[in-house]
Design a protein around this ligand. Structure first.
Ligand code: C5P
Length: 209
């Protein structure tokens, strides 16, 4: 049988990452946070002082990416996310990262991948596609609370503006823009807590398992 791939896509701060981890744990499948690939490319570009808008160069960095590059502690941060979304617009970068992701997805017994284009471009044949979303206001609120809990001084309005800007960049790019696959189940978590989102996702997956 084909590997059982669970494709999780959605905008920034919708709760994809947490959900993907819990699903991977529940179904005993390996998990790939594909945002890390773009974050790693952005980090290397910025660190070397390269122009993030240089698609050729960014594509070369992406092609030479090493799995160890995904472990850098600074990748989770906000700035890395911004750099990631800027290099992610380049078709050269996206093309260079396809093989790694498909290879990960193609191994038995399956995998959970989360990102922006897993259901539409990376694994269009995935048996389960979930598009996790929530209103920009709810996502900004969650992100603000999360950062505040870490003791960071944060401003809700600024985070909301950044989330809107990230949505626009991710949805507006011409190569593999952020959008639900036609056969994706939309999971709007605006009125759900983590537990509620997990329960709803399990129901979606069990239906296809
Ligand atoms: O999900 P995360 O916040 O780590 O992603 C950072 C950025 O990387 C996104 O805003 C998006 O521009 C890009 N990305 C992408 N395709 C993916 C995963 C992430 O374009 N599959």
């Amino acid at each position: 049988t084909n590997p059982f791939v669970i494709a999780i896509d959605g905008p920034a701060a919708a709760g994809k990452g947490t959900l993907a981890l819990r699903l991977a744990d529940h179904y005993h499948l390996p998990h790939l946070d594909t945002g890390l690939l773009y974050r790693a490319v952005g980090r290397i570009m910025a660190e070397r002082g390269f122009d993030l808008d240089d698609g050729e160069l960014a594509g070369q960095i992406a092609a030479a990416l090493d799995p160890d590059d995904l472990k850098h502690p600074s990748l989770r941060g906000h700035e890395a996310g911004e750099h990631a979304s800027r290099v992610a617009v380049h078709p050269q970068v996206r093309a260079a990262l396809i093989a790694f992701q498909r290879d990960f997805a193609g191994r038995a017994p399956g995998a959970v991948l989360d990102g922006r284009d897993i259901g539409t471009a990376i694994c269009p044949q995935a048996p389960v596609k979930i598009y996790v979303t929530a209103s920009p206001e709810v996502r900004a609120r969650r992100r603000t609370d999360e950062l505040a809990a870490k003791g960071r001084d944060v401003d809700y309005e600024r985070i909301l503006a950044e989330i809107r800007q990230r949505d626009e960049r991710d949805s507006g790019r011409s190569t593999a823009p952020l959008k639900p696959a036609e056969d994706a189940v939309i999971l709007d978590t605006s009125d759900l807590d983590r537990e509620g989102a997990f329960t709803a996702a399990i129901a979606i997956v069990d239906d296809k398992w």
